[in-house]
Write a protein that binds this ligand. Structure first.
Ligand code: AMP
Length: 212
């Protein structure tokens, strides 16, 4: 009798160890998947071209057309974003005009969720809600269709290519929340850390590459 009990207890203990091991492995796998290797990050970063003094003197323009044109870097980037956001339970991705459309629409398709364009003023045909903001180089205004997120209290990821002063991102987050959705996170391929753009943004911020 005692030996049967001992056997059951040992079996139970082994199952528990096995189960805990599985959970730990899954966690490690998840961390590994959402963390880019140093090498991958460098491949993505090195694929971005810098254009000094564009569109005006003193601005170093980060040109992402050279990532789009580099299948290795582009796929690594999109795989990383897909791995990160597949567990976020998102309902929509909102991309900012125009480069945010590229990354946002691909990611939305990969996650099998809807994509919503946040456009420059005057481009959207239906009733819009708008927000003015200051740029690193000037002023602008963005708009979204008033019925862009039909699901109630939708979970939305905002995406753009770059965050500089943060004005565009703040306007985007504000638009999403204004029309009844919840901006869960704002995601950027590049963040210019020295401009402190993420300060005051009313959501989590994630940037793949940081430039100090
Ligand atoms: P901001 O509102 O200052 O954070 O500016 C972000 C927006 O302006 C993004 O949509 C970027 O595409 C664009 N932008 C601002 N600064 C740069 C830059 N140095 N290089 C490329 N795009 C920029």
């Amino acid at each position: 009798m005692t030996s049967v009990l001992k056997w059951d207890f040992t079996q139970m203990l082994l199952k528990l160890v096995d189960y805990s091991y599985d959970i730990i492995c899954q966690k490690i796998k998840r961390v590994k998947m959402i963390t880019l290797t140093k090498e991958d990050r460098e491949i993505i970063e090195n694929s971005i071209r810098e254009i000094p003094n564009f569109p005006k003197e003193g601005i170093i323009f980060k040109d992402i057309t050279t990532i789009l044109n580099n299948p290795t870097a582009f796929t690594k980037l999109m795989n990383h974003l897909e791995e990160r956001y597949k567990s976020y339970n998102l309902d929509y991705i909102a991309g900012i005009d125009a480069r945010g459309f590229i990354f946002g629409a691909i990611l939305a398709d990969r996650l099998n969720i809807g994509f919503v364009p946040i456009r420059k003023k005057g481009k959207l045909p239906y009733t819009t809600v708008s927000e003015k903001y200051a740029l690193e180089y000037g002023f602008d205004e963005v708009e979204v269709h008033i019925d862009a997120f039909p699901k109630e209290s939708a979970r939305v990821l905002l995406i753009d290519d770059l965050i500089a002063t943060g004005g565009t991102a703040k306007a985007g987050v504000s638009l999403i929340n204004k029309i009844g959705a919840n901006c869960i996170e704002a995601c950027f391929i590049l963040e210019l850390d020295f401009l402190n753009g993420k300060e005051g943004i009313e959501t989590e911020v994630y940037s793949v590459i940081h430039i100090d």
